[in-house]
Write a protein that binds this ligand. Structure first.
Ligand code: 13P
Length: 258
């Protein structure tokens, strides 16, 4: 069975002191939850602080982005090796905010995927359509384009290390989350694509997360949607109790399943 994966994307929120408080609250409140993999993605500046707090726990760390080179003249960037050194096991790649606000291309996403895996960082690659693309019936085509590009350099054997986050752009930070039907259709499509691109058995091992206005009050509904193997949480992950209640929703679901 795939362990559900619930990721807190803190985005550009939190000083080191604030991040430390939040990490401690998640750590203490989440004790005893063993059947959900919990990952925190603080800003780069708080990674080592949070790492020192979570190091002896089951909580894992993610970087919110990495560059594809190991080192060099790339002002403002950090490499997978640096993220690894700070205690990251995961990295979020191709978040729509990076694609939209920082012009990150499909090609850059592909390069980052390869670089992350080379440094033993597990990529959480984000895909998802804008509202305009959905209204034009392009949702599946956009997801397919983004996923194909992202997996270009990822071989069959590495695919199990990859998690795909379906994050419809119109649902991020808007309070308007996708319906269970829309999520089920997109996740089915992602699973089909993974199977076609890298083989059925291999694709089964990938976790597909949903992201976009996930909150404690819609988490219970989300965990019941087929092919939802976890969540990528933004705003609600900045409050320990809200985040933990989403984690617990996945916890009860995996207990119910077993
Ligand atoms: P919100 O949960 O704030 O909508 O953000 C989702 C997201 O972008 C997570 O990566």
């Amino acid at each position: 069975m795939k362990l559900p994966l619930v990721v807190a994307n803190w985005k550009m929120h939190g000083t080191q002191a604030e991040a430390a408080t939040l990490a401690r609250q998640v750590l203490n409140g989440g004790r005893g939850i063993r059947d959900v993999e919990v990952v925190l993605a603080p800003p780069f500046t708080a990674l080592s602080t949070v790492s020192a707090i979570t190091i002896d726990s089951a909580i894992q760390l993610a970087a919110q982005n990495v560059h594809w080179e190991t080192e060099g003249a790339f002002t403002g960037e950090i490499s997978p090796k640096m993220a690894r050194e700070l205690g990251c096991q995961y990295v979020i790649i191709g978040h729509s905010e990076r694609r939209r606000l920082f012009q990150e291309s499909d090609q850059a996403v592909a390069q980052k995927m390869v670089a992350a895996l080379r440094s033993d960082l597990r990529p959480i690659v984000c895909v998802g359509e804008t509202l305009r693309e959905r209204k034009r019936g392009k949702t599946n085509a956009v997801i397919a384009r983004q996923l194909r590009a992202a997996l270009k350099g990822v071989g069959k054997s590495a695919i199990e290390k990859v998690a795909v986050a379906y994050e419809p752009v119109w649902a991020i930070g808007t309070g308007r989350n996708a319906t269970p039907e829309q999520i089920a259709a997109a996740h089915r499509w992602v699973r089909d694509l993974l199977q076609r691109l890298r083989g059925k058995k291999e694709a089964e091992r990938c976790r597909i997360l949903y992201g976009g206005s996930v909150r404690p009050d819609n988490a219970a509904e989300l965990v019941k949607v087929p092919e939802v193997n976890g969540a990528l949480v933004g705003g609600a992950s900045l409050k320990a109790e809200a985040f933990l209640s989403i984690v617990r929703a996945f916890h009860s679901e995996s207990v119910a399943e077993s």
